[in-house]
Design a protein around this ligand. Structure first.
Ligand code: MN
Length: 734
């Protein structure tokens, strides 16, 4: 087992001013947490965090990361909580431990390429801090090194996950040595036969290969030295896994892999790379089409090098890689090289270089909105617009940020969305509105009795959910209007004393519907239900005699009533309100609450009168219930200004000239008073009730404010239920 002193010494070599006490404390804490625990190998568990910390020193990470390497399994395995870590080691360390633990607890199952990509993104999105991934990679490196202790099935699944998720992540972060080590280890477990085959064959030619390579290395070295170039030249073994994947990719045998041998030249500058390339080409013949200039065109993960394959002595091909020292560091250590030394000091480094790095690194990220966002390594949100969650089957799904369980349900299946009643997030019941977070496990609860509601449109994020809900709701509203229309016609006919069944027979009704411009009875009923078609016209056609009788009776009563109650002023034909999916509906404003543009409003489908728009808080709609079948979301859509009637009550001290001052103030706001009632109260105050026309809420509020500022005015109040108010006053008078 590695001793902690050794790790401290390694750390001291590159970071002499590190907080070594913290590392010691982390060691002592981990030792206590893992006391008595053993790895499958039989070794004390503590050996694992020590190895991980050691790998992190090889990556030359700072003391906080090293400490977290020691602590990384304490929360997952032991009785320790993340709060304990915060108390003992501070926020930064506890965030890192939390991040690593979260990833360790995730379970990934599906293996298809798109899935693997989503999983990689999820890990990046959850990490926020690149160090979390670096520590997780160190953890995986050690687990892969000790994989042979596990059962074969477990070996295979961990190896598979490493190949699908962690090796590509290492590659993406540009850490060449981790990618290579992970892949070579994976190879052994997933394709053991091929692995040992290739190993045997490589070993068989090894001695010959080495001798051959050494000759070339020596010759090239001498030539370059003679040219005054002080560069490193050495032979480079090919990795087993890269030989294997080449054989598989190109469908060739071991003997046909022609660049089994490689030479690497490390120069002092970019310029030297090209000079060296020219010299190598002058010594050996290059194979056409095998020159890659990754210096001029770096790979997405910032890899830079010149690659060329030449024909060596005896006609054997040899691959040359030529790069500068700086490039070599980046190629091997990737983002870790940039991360180095950053701990404990200001996070603002040499900004430009880091931005370029991250830009390239994150070519997943289509457009970086603000490069400054990436200046801070500590808090990077790699996918600010996306969120990754699990299905109960551990499949990872990507969504827009802000997506809800309903979006999730529709992404799984339309039917599931249409019947979704609730959701469990991470095993707990959650609201359908709850925003999904990275790593959430989402389970949808459904019921055949549940249907999409118009309300859902307010918070769903994905266009699939929006479209499906919209079409369901429109369909349902049409159905409702259809039933309403049919029922309405039946009732009115019954009131007239007509044989309903006979009159409503399809073949009798259809000609009338068509005469009114409707091709089918369905569309005819829908029009009646929505109030687009006047029922009196239809009744007059279906039962002319009965209608005439009824009309006579009605007008007599109406004229009798008229004497007592003045008719409310007629509202102009009212547009200016938009209803989703129903553009051509007949709209009227309720006479009770008289909403004006700016008020919160809600529509109610009323039998035969189309859509009536009330104030959202109108007391008359309470009985109807905002959730009832008839309720419809509407919003103002003002194109042209229109006048709306409103009523206000002004209370003032009873002074002469009060009314004229108030009406003067109203006139200044270009409002027209249609009715005014003045009442004197016993307490020496007066109440003035005014009905007037305004364009919108803003005008009304301005007007009320200016009345309020008048001397002797006590209160100004809007009367929302005008009809009830009038009725009350009428009955009082009577
Ligand atoms: Mn671990």
């Amino acid at each position: 087992m590695i001793r902690p002193e050794f790790i401290i010494e390694e750390l001291r070599k590159y970071m002499p001013d590190a907080d070594f006490d913290m590392v010691w404390k982390a060691y002592a804490f981990a030792a206590r947490c893992h006391k008595g625990q053993k790895r499958v190998s039989g070794e004390p568990y503590l050996s694992h965090p020590l190895e991980v910390a050691h790998i992190l020193t090889q990556m030359k990470l700072g003391y906080i990361s090293i400490s977290v390497g020691l602590l990384h399994d304490t929360v997952e395995d032991g009785d320790t909580t993340i709060e304990d870590i915060t108390d003992l080691f501070g926020e930064e360390a506890s965030h890192l431990v939390g991040g690593v633990t979260k990833i360790s607890l995730l379970k990934f199952s599906s293996k298809e390429e798109q899935q693997a990509e989503n999983v990689r993104k999820m890990i990046l999105a959850m990490s926020k801090d690149i160090r979390v991934i670096l520590i997780k990679l160190a953890d995986r490196i050690h687990n892969m090194r000790t994989l042979h202790y596990l059962k074969p099935a477990k070996q295979k699944s961990i190896a598979r996950e490493t190949l699908d998720i962690y090796a590509p992540l290492a590659n993406r972060l540009g850490i060449g040595w981790i990618k290579t080590e992970l892949e070579n280890n994976v190879f052994k477990y997933l394709w053991p036969k091929e692995y040992y085959d290739i190993k045997k064959q490589v070993e068989a030619v090894e001695a010959k290969r080495e001798k051959y390579l050494n000759e070339i290395v020596e010759k090239v070295d001498q030539t370059l030295k003679k040219e005054g170039l002080n560069v490193e030249v050495h032979g480079r073994p090919k990795h087993y896994y890269s030989i294997f994947s080449k054989m598989r990719r190109q469908g060739i045998g071991f003997d046909e892999v022609f660049d089994l041998m490689g030479v690497r030249i490390i120069t002092n500058s970019k310029q030297e790379c090209y000079t060296v390339l020219g010299l190598v080409h002058s010594m050996y013949k290059p194979i056409p089409g095998n020159l890659d200039d990754y210096i001029a065109l770096p790979k997405a993960n910032m890899y830079q090098s010149l690659h060329t394959t030449i024909v060596g002595p005896n006609g054997k091909p040899v691959e040359f890689q030529i790069r500068s020292q700086a490039m070599h560091l980046i190629n091997e250590e990737g983002i870790a090289a940039h991360w180095r030394y950053k701990e404990g000091v200001s996070k603002e480094g040499k900004g430009d270089e880091q931005i370029v790095w991250l830009r390239r690194l994150l070519d997943w990220q289509k457009d970086v909105k603000d490069p400054r966002e990436f200046l801070e390594f500590v808090k990077i949100d790699l996918f600010p617009d996306e969120v990754y969650v699990f299905t109960p089957q551990q499949e990872v799904k990507a969504f827009q940020r802000g997506a809800t369980p309903i979006d999730f349900a529709y992404a799984i299946h339309t039917d599931l969305g249409d019947h979704c009643v609730g959701a469990k997030i991470n095993g707990k019941l959650a609201s359908l509105r709850q925003e999904l977070k990275n790593g959430d496990i989402v389970e949808v609860l459904s019921s055949q009795n549940q249907h999409p509601s118009r309300d859902w449109l307010k918070f769903v994020k994905t266009s699939k959910a929006r479209t499906k809900i919209g079409s369901f709701v429109r369909q349902a509203e049409k159905k409702r209007a259809l039933a309403l229309g049919r029922e309405y016609l039946e009732k009115e006919l019954a009131k007239l004393g007509v044989d309903v069944k006979q009159t409503m027979a399809d073949n009798k009704l259809l000609p009338h519907a068509q005469a009114a411009g409707y091709m089918s009875l369905d569309s005819f009923f829908v029009a009646l239900g929505l109030g687009k078609l006047k029922i009196s016209h239809i009744l007059a056609k279906l039962a002319p005699r009965e209608m005439e009788l009824a009309y006579k009776k009605k007008t007599t009563i109406a004229s009798a009533i008229k004497k007592f109650i003045s008719r409310p002023a007629k509202n102009a034909p009212s547009y200016g309100v938009r209803i989703q999916g129903m553009d051509d509906m007949l709209i009227r404003f309720a006479q009770c609450c008289n909403p004006v543009p700016g008020d919160d409003i809600r529509g109610f489908i009323s039998r035969g009168r189309g859509l009536v728009v009330h104030s959202a808080d109108c007391p008359n709609t309470l009985g109807l219930g905002a959730d009832s079948d008839r309720s419809v979301d509407v919003e103002w859509d003002i194109k042209e200004k229109e006048k709306h009637l409103v009523m206000i009550a002004v209370k003032s001290r009873d002074k002469p000239g009060m009314l004229s001052r108030i009406t003067g103030a109203i006139a200044e706001f270009e409002s027209n008073i249609t009715e005014a009632t003045v009442r004197t109260n016993e307490d020496n105050t007066g109440s003035i009730y005014l009905t007037m026309e305004v364009y919108d809420l803003k005008q009304l509020q301005g007007l009320m404010n200016s009345i309020m500022k008048l001397p002797d005015v006590v209160s100004v109040e809007r009367i929302k239920d005008r009809l009830a108010f009038k009725a009350a006053n009428v009955s009082k008078k009577a």
